[in-house]
Design a protein around this ligand. Structure first.
Ligand SMILES: C[S@@+](CC[C@H](N)C(=O)[O-])C[C@H]1O[C@@H](n2cnc3c(N)ncnc32)[C@H](O)[C@@H]1O
Length: 229
C-alpha cells in the first residue's frame, strides 16, 4: 500500500470522501505490521496456490479493516461508471472503504449500493463514515449474515463486489445469481492468497457453458483507463 495522500483518490473528485478515505486508510495501515506477523508463517503458501480460509481464526479479523487497495477502489469506481451501474451490490462492508467508492459511483450514476455486513460495530462505524463522506443516501447496509440478508433480495444488479470471507464467494454468488443483469460484472477480491477457498467459483465462472467469462486481472504494467461519461 502506498503512502496515503489525496492524489490516490483523485478519480472521485470528492473532497469530503477523500478526507474520510485518508482517515480510514491511515487507520487500516496502522494495523498492517501486526497483520504481517499474523500471516508471516503462511506467506509461502499465500504466494503459491494460496491458503484455505477454513484454517483462519475469523475472530482475529473482528477489528481489522482489510480494505481493498486504493487502485482497486479507482478501478471499481471507473467500472461502475463505465457500466452506468445503478444497482450495485457488495458483500463485506467492513468499515465502509469500498462502500464509499461504490456509493460515490452510485451517486454519480443516479443509483444505489446495497452492502451487507454482519459485525454490528463495523456497521455502526461504516454508517458514520458514509455520512461523513456525504454519501449515506446512496448506500444501504443490510445487517446480518449475507446468506440470510441476500436470500430474498429482488433487485437486479449491474455490478457486484464480493469481498467477504473467501469461502463465501461461491455460496453467495449462487444466491444472487438470479439477480444478475445481462452484462453484469462481478468482482472478487483476494483471489490471490485465498484461491483454494474460491476454486469452486473460479471453475464455475471460467466455464463459458455456465454463461460467464472470467479471468484474474493483474495489472502489472500501468494502463490509463478512460470512460466516456
Ligand atoms: C475483507 S473485509 C471487507 C473489506 C471492505 N470491502 C473494504 O474494502 O473496506 C470482509 C468483511 O466481510 C464481513 N463478512 C464476513 N462474512 C460475512 C457474512 N457471512 N455476512 C456478512 N458479512 C460478512 C466481515 O465481517 C468483514 O468485515
Amino acid at each position: 500500500m502506498p503512502r496515503v495522500t489525496p492524489d490516490l483518490f483523485s478519480i472521485l473528485h470528492d473532497p469530503k470522501a477523500t478526507e474520510v478515505l485518508i482517515k480510514l486508510y491511515k487507520a487500516a495501515l496502522g494495523q498492517v505490521p501486526k497483520m504481517i506477523l499474523h500471516f508471516l508463517p503462511k506467506v509461502f503458501k499465500m504466494l503459491g496456490k494460496g491458503i484455505d480460509w477454513k484454517t483462519e481464526n475469523e475472530a482475529y479479523f473482528n477489528d481489522k479493516y482489510i480494505p481493498i487497495h486504493p487502485a482497486q477502489g479507482a478501478f471499481l469506481y471507473l467500472q461502475a461508471r463505465a457500466l452506468n451501474a445503478k444497482n450495485i451490490l457488495e458483500l463485506g462492508t467492513s468499515y465502509g472503504i469500498s462502500t464509499i467508492y461504490l456509493a460515490k459511483a452510485a451517486k454519480d450514476n443516479g443509483g444505489k449500493v446495497t452492502s451487507t455486513e454482519y459485525l454490528p460495530h463495523k456497521i455502526k462505524a461504516a454508517r458514520k463514515n458514509l455520512e461523513d463522506a456525504g454519501l449515506s443516501e446512496y448506500a444501504e447496509i443490510l445487517e446480518g449474515d449475507a446468506r440470510e440478508t441476500l436470500k430474498n433480495i429482488n433487485t437486479s444488479f449491474d455490478l457486484v463486489l464480493l469481498d467477504g470471507w473467501p469461502d463465501l464467494v461461491f455460496p453467495v454468488f449462487k444466491l444472487i445469481e438470479p439477480n444478475l443483469k445481462k452484462g453484469a460484472v462481478i468482482i472478487i477480491d483476494d483471489v490471490e492468497g485465498f484461491q483454494p477457498s474460491m476454486q469452486n467459483y473460479l471453475d464455475y465462472a471460467r466455464n463459458p457453458a455456465n454463461g460467464y467469462l472470467s479471468d484474474t486481472i493483474k495489472l502489472k504494467k500501468a494502463v490509463e483507463y478512460t470512460v466516456k461519461i
